[in-house]
Design a protein around this ligand. Structure first.
Ligand SMILES: *[C@@H]1O[C@H](CO)[C@@H](O)[C@H](O)[C@H]1NC(C)=O
Ligand SMILES: *[C@@H]1O[C@H](CO)[C@@H](O)[C@H](O)[C@H]1NC(C)=O
Ligand SMILES: *[C@@H]1O[C@H](CO)[C@@H](O)[C@H](O)[C@H]1NC(C)=O
Ligand SMILES: [Cu+2]
Length: 392
């Protein structure tokens, strides 16, 4: 049986949640079910696309590199077995022990291969956020990080993702953050504190200079789980000098519940074009009302370096968060291959500040010393070029 038929069968097997006489159900639950169906539908379309492409190429006696036989799947963190989670964690720790490739003249503070990826993000921050290359740049970073885990650290699995809505009411208790040996470390120790203002980098003059972030349930050092007492070397901000310090988190449900729930994701996947999609994912910079799940994920992690616009990849949870961003871009069937768009998010400077040209598909994604460069057009589709992955 073809995979597409199996998935279509599964999709049709879902019992509709709403009928004329159905009792009222709460919105979030209905949206969760609608989202589940939409995701299954999209997966079925992807398999159908792969089947059709294979059939077409077979007919012409040609081959393709990405087929239903070799496609790989990135999975939700909590759905990995404990052994699979440990493999992932150990590979990340391995990367944190390997030597950096960044020369000291470029990144004096880099102490590990892991830091190469943090440094690439720090050094490009102003040209990879609220820009046309935001989604492709982070997709390539994650893919190359995943490749380093596999090729340099013997990891056998693929990059997992953080399904934001699944744990939105208590992310600190999720399998990602609960502090058990299979998590990515616990919350920071609780230190009573107020919320804070998240400022735009270098106080760029864009709408709403600071946004209010409510306090989380931590605030102090992470002392539980595999990354307890981990040392962060780079940052804060755009600094790449050696600045070793213990790592902090401030995880809490407030932004997660409000800006990254099932309704949020469903709305995003229903946007008709890339411009609307990007406004919903990325929000309006530094407004407190239209935050979007991308920022909300960062503020849900909080702390240092998690909440740092530049140095956030210094927290290992950065990668499960951004893999979810990639997932929702990927699973959007209508817009995923098309264009970069985003109106003022479609340029080469942060929210087009200062004004700049539009991003082009031929522009280069530069990962510094973390890995090789690639043109944006080659990363627009996860089923072709260097990629052959999708999401479960
Ligand atoms: C298909 O291609 C292969 C390898 O290029 C070749 O050996 C084979 O003869 C071709 N078959 C047909 C039916 O053209
Ligand atoms: C982390 O540091 C704290 C305080 O120094 C210490 O009590 C704890 O045992 C450490 N945990 C680990 C896993 O090293
Ligand atoms: C869920 O998300 C939507 C859209 O982001 C938002 O309007 C709604 O208020 C959120 N729900 C809760 C309970 O905060
Ligand atoms: Cu980023």
């Amino acid at each position: 049986m073809r995979l597409s038929s199996i998935l279509i069968f599964l999709t049709l097997g879902v019992i509709p949640s709403q009928g004329h006489y159905a009792p009222p159900i709460d919105h979030e639950n209905r949206d969760k079910q609608d989202l589940g169906r939409l995701v299954e539908d999209i997966q079925a379309k992807v398999f159908k696309f792969l089947d059709n492409r294979e059939a077409e190429l077979d007919a012409r006696n040609e081959s393709t590199q990405c087929t239903t036989k070799n496609i790989v799947f990135r999975r939700e963190y909590g759905s990995l077995t404990e052994a699979e989670r440990l493999d992932y964690i150990n590979a990340v720790k391995c990367l944190q022990k390997l030597s950096p490739r960044s020369p000291a003249s470029v990144v004096p503070g880099a102490r590990s291969r892991y830091d190469d990826f943090v440094a690439a993000h720090i050094q490009h921050t102003l040209s990879i956020h609220l820009t046309g290359n935001f989604l492709p740049w982070h997709r390539w970073l994650i893919h190359e990080y995943e490749r380093a885990l596999r090729e340099e650290c013997g990891y056998n699995g693929y990059q997992p993702y953080w399904d934001w809505p699944k744990y939105s009411s208590a992310p600190e208790k999720s399998p990602i953050f609960n502090g058990d040996p299979y998590s990515l470390g616990g919350n920071g120790d609780f230190i009573p504190h107020d919320g804070r203002i998240r400022q735009s980098p270098k106080n760029l003059p864009i709408a709403g200079l600071g946004m209010w972030v409510p306090p989380g349930l931590g605030g102090g050092f992470v002392t539980t789980g595999p990354f307890a007492n981990m040392t962060v070397n780079l940052g804060p901000g755009d600094s790449v000098v050696y600045n070793p310090r213990r790592f902090k988190r401030d995880i809490g449900p407030f932004h997660n519940t409000r800006f990254a729930n099932y309704t949020t994701i469903l709305n995003i996947l229903r946007q008709p074009n890339i411009e609307e999609f990007r406004y919903q994912v990325e929000g309006v910079p530094y407004s407190s009302e239209i935050v979007g799940p991308h920022i909300a994920g960062h503020t849900t992690i909080g702390g240092d370096p998690g909440a740092d616009i530049y140095a956030s990849p210094g927290d290992p949870a950065f990668y499960v968060h951004h893999t979810m961003v990639d997932r929702i871009w990927t699973i959007d069937p209508e817009i995923r291959h098309k264009k970069l768009g985003g109106e003022e998010y479609g340029h080469i400077t942060w929210a087009n500040t200062p004004p700049s040209r539009e991003t082009k598909l031929s522009d280069i994604i530069d990962l510094g010393y973390a890995s090789k460069s690639i043109q944006i057009e080659h990363v627009m589709n996860t089923l072709s070029g260097p990629f052959c992955y999708f999401y479960l």
